[in-house]
Design a protein around this ligand. Structure first.
Ligand SMILES: [Zn+2]
Length: 184
């Protein structure tokens, strides 16, 4: 996601990561009393208007905020989409290791769908056009093409890490504790 300033990590009161929000969105939550507690040594200072005395208002936004109202939608599993799959595989062909943009990546079914392979996280991997074409209707073993990584279902800690390329150090510390498949 393109962004100019760091995003704020929104978590539940029980410490489950929910989503990334802009600092402006976090400021609204803070001002409306929706934040139960917060932490993080880093953060963002939002600057407001100048008052009659010539003093500019400032609001310090912590890097991690825990909200009072837990939104149910964030407890659902991570959507299985092309974009999320490519993010899981770090925008890399998992056969040749080439880093590629969205338009140059394809979804490869490890066990081909024509042979009963399912369209699920555990049976799919990012591949460039050339590798996908070369592998064709075969398993990696049959095609003699080694996989560079094991396919997995990302959890929400991993998903939020993969969604944001500008994570602050304390947000990273928080998310890394929940990693099951990733190494930071
Ligand atoms: Zn490739």
């Amino acid at each position: 996601m393109p962004q100019t300033s760091p995003l704020i990590l929104k978590i539940t009161r029980s410490g489950q990561p929910q989503t990334w929000v802009t600092s402006e969105r976090a400021a609204i939550d803070l001002c409306c009393g929706k934040v139960a507690w917060s932490f993080g040594v880093s953060g963002i200072t939002l600057r407001g208007g100048v008052n009659a005395l010539g003093v500019r208002s400032e609001l310090r936004i912590p890097s991690i905020i825990a909200t009072r109202n837990e939104s149910r939608c964030y407890h659902e599993s991570i959507p299985f989409t092309r974009h999320n799959l490519f993010a899981r595989d770090r925008w890399t062909c998992m056969y040749c290791g080439q880093g590629l943009p969205l338009a140059k990546l394809t979804v490869d079914h490890i066990l081909p769908t024509s042979r009963g392979g399912r369209h699920v996280w555990q049976n799919t991997i990012s591949a460039c056009f050339a590798c996908n074409h070369r592998k064709a209707d075969r398993t990696p073993e049959e095609a003699n093409m080694a996989l560079l990584g094991v396919p997995y279902i990302p959890n929400r800690f991993e998903y939020l890490y993969l969604k944001n390329r500008h994570i602050l150090a304390d947000q990273m510390d928080f998310l890394a504790k929940g990693f099951r498949n990733l190494r930071p």
